[in-house]
Design a binder for this molecule. Sequence first.
Ligand SMILES: NC(=O)c1ccc[n+]([C@@H]2O[C@H](COP(=O)([O-])OP(=O)(O)OC[C@H]3O[C@@H](n4cnc5c(N)ncnc54)[C@H](OP(=O)(O)O)[C@@H]3O)[C@@H](O)[C@H]2O)c1
Length: 246
Amino acid sequence: MKTVLITGRSSGYGLETARHFHAMGWNVIATMRNPREGIRPKSDRIRLLPLDVTSPESITAAIGAAGPIDVLVNNAGIGMLGALEATSMAKTREIFETNTFGVIAMTQAVIPHFRARRSGAIVNVTSSATLAPFPLVSVYTASKAAIEGFTGSLALELRHFNVHAKLVEPGYGPTTRFAQNTDVKFEDVIPQPYQSFANPIFAAFAERPAVFTTEADVADGVWRAANDTSDQLRFPAGPDAVALVN
Ligand SMILES: NC(=O)c1ccc[n+]([C@@H]2O[C@H](COP(=O)([O-])OP(=O)(O)OC[C@H]3O[C@@H](n4cnc5c(N)ncnc54)[C@H](OP(=O)(O)O)[C@@H]3O)[C@@H](O)[C@H]2O)c1
């Protein structure tokens, strides 16, 4: 039986991805910063482990406790909206610590095992923001675009060992906790001169676009990417992401 380790499994796309792999008969190592009972189906095929992808000690402990895995899903991520001039470098570094360096560190931690076994897959969840530019998300887009380049190069270097690296690019998912999972205040990151430009954009998002991405779309994209043995690198997930590609 195969085993998947998913980061950021406490909510949203990660939670649904874990459910999907479990329903398909896999063992699931469900990792989250603060493991809590009550958000999982009771099953001897699901293990909860603490993992903060910004902490090297936490990564070492989680990978050690997990035992052999077949697929790593780097799903954990945080959003960042705001005009660049109002976004501090400290906040910028914080976003990169999770969305970029966390993914790279997790990937580094599993490669020796995958390489030795000559099998495994790494699935990195980025964003449709990398498929076409959106305003007021420059730092977030940069953090995810770095992982796009990283994964493309890595896929070529790991193919030699029969290890796959894939990208899943979800579209806008208004039903996850993503928009709430931030400590920045709107008025701090959208200064007054930007407001006439920004307000209609946020109003449109608040109304929920006609076409958007669901948790099930992303779970399906991760599933397809994890099981794909071709050279396909990118798996846009959700109808809005697919439309951007087309
Ligand atoms: N929703 C969207 O519109 C959208 C669009 C495109 C791409 N994405 C990407 O999809 C992924 C999942 O997002 P989502 O929409 O499902 O949002 P979400 O519900 O906020 O889930 C994000 C998860 O990441 C975890 N996380 C944050 N920082 C972490 C850290 N340092 N270490 C470990 N876990 C951490 C959170 O855990 P805690 O419970 O500990 O906070 C949470 O479980 C993210 O990579 C996001 O960038 C989302």
